[in-house]
Design a protein around this ligand. Structure first.
Ligand code: ZN
Length: 408
């Protein structure tokens, strides 16, 4: 959602000042009105007007008490009132739909995870999401009128213009509108965004990137995506399709071409995602008769990324080879993006990153070899601090972000 106030108008400047003050209060924890004047450089009457409005109208700020006086009038201390409103975050995955209900401080009051089947017809899953949201409201015992909005993280290309999922290779969806049914049912603002961008926003608001202005979040799961945060804001690109690192071509083989779910061939995802790692093993299995993964295939069990990760941790040559190839392409691709964007840090998250430190270390090693910056100015390579909660926490932060920017 974007604000359309004319630039330079009194309302526009007032809104910018309000955003500045609210974010300063939230980042500071506790701060006096006098210090807000000092830090922002705005006049005392302006700060009084803004803070009074934040306390009495928007109810996003509360008075903590009176601070220590250094002589003269004791300072009035205020803090961000994260307990006044609630948000719901939904991580709409291929096999699970996970939802949480939190307050604006990120404290969770209900957490529900339900299995779902992968289907191109999303209406059945939507019914389950309705039930999940009703369950979250019931479990948390909140008054539904205190619900500020619902954020949804979904895999796919989400249009910046109308929030429709234009195409989701993972689900096989085309032009799906998840917003409208949720809005009609619950009558609160609904924001749908790409899952990897949502994870980056979660890291920015609740994880290890709160103090960072420019960073990337690489989501390695069934597919591969990334969220780009520039100057403390998510970067969408013209249509909302930014960050699709998983669908950049990394090989141009004449034989053994790998078909990608996006319709192209030999994309990064075909080698470095969970699906890609399984494909590497399936293609090479006959060349490694001693690999423990042969037993899995012989028992007619389905080869999964988790099984290959366990084999790799035990030193299985084929499993290690598959993860090495994945790390090689991933480290190189991420270094190319880092050379273009020059971020402060790169976070890695998603199910495949749980394979173990051997995988993370290999990606980091390849990255440092391929990245332009030398060791003394190197970009930090980090694991997400939110673990499995990155997408769902990020989904709640979609609404928090709108509240902090006075868009809802
Ligand atoms: Zn692709």
């Amino acid at each position: 959602m974007e604000n359309t106030l004319p630039k330079g108008s009194a309302q526009y400047i007032n809104r910018l000042n309000k955003i500045k003050v609210l974010n300063l209060i939230r980042e500071s924890g506790k701060i006096s009105r006098a210090d807000i004047v000092k830090v922002t450089g705005l006049s005392a009457p302006t700060i009084t007007r803004i803070v009074d409005s934040l306390i009495n109208v928007e109810k996003l700020v509360a008075q903590t008490g009176i601070g220590e006086s250094g002589g003269g009038r004791p300072p009035v201390i205020v803090h961000f009132n994260g307990e006044s409103k609630y948000v719901i975050g939904i991580d709409w995955g291929r096999t699970h739909i996970h939802g949480v209900l939190t307050n604006l401080n990120g404290e969770s009051f209900a957490d529900i995870d339900i299995p779902t089947s992968v289907t191109t017809d999303y209406t059945e899953s939507m019914e389950r999401v309705f039930g999940l949201i009703e369950g979250l409201i019931k479990e948390s015992k909140i008054d539904q009128s205190d619900l500020a909005g619902i954020g949804v993280a979904a895999a796919g290309f989400v249009s910046r213009h109308n929030q429709h999922i234009e195409f989701s290779p993972n689900f096989g969806w085309r032009d799906v509108d998840l917003c409208k049914p949720l809005l009609e049912r619950f009558n609160v603002p609904v924001i749908v965004d790409n899952v990897s961008r949502v994870m980056a926003m979660g890291e920015m608001h609740y994880g290890g990137a709160e103090k960072l202005k420019n960073f990337l979040f690489i989501n390695v799961g069934y597919g591969i995506g990334s969220g780009i945060i520039l100057d403390h804001k998510p970067f969408y690109g013209n249509d909302g399709w930014s960050g699709e690192i998983g669908h950049t071509r990394v090989a141009k083989s004449k034989r053994n071409v790998r078909q990608c779910s996006c319709g192209k061939k030999d994309c990064l995802e075909c080698f470095s995602s969970g699906r890609g790692i399984v494909e590497t093993v399936e293609r090479e299995l006959s060349k490694y008769p001693n690999s423990v993964l042969n037993e899995v295939a012989q028992n007619n069990e389905r080869l999964t990324g988790e099984l290959i990760a366990v084999a790799a941790q035990k030193g299985d040559e084929l499993a290690l080879k598959a993860f090495d190839l994945a790390a090689d392409y991933l480290g190189t691709s991420v270094a190319s993006v880092a050379n273009i964007l020059n971020p402060e840090a790169i976070f890695f998250g998603g199910k495949v990153m749980k394979a173990g430190d051997f995988f993370f270390s290999k990606i980091e090693q390849v990255f440092q070899e391929e990245c332009l910056l030398n060791k003394s100015r190197s970009i930090r390579i980090l694991k997400t601090e939110l673990g499995d909660m990155a997408a769902v926490k990020g989904a709640t932060s979609l609404i928090l972000n709108e509240i902090l920017n006075f868009n809802v």
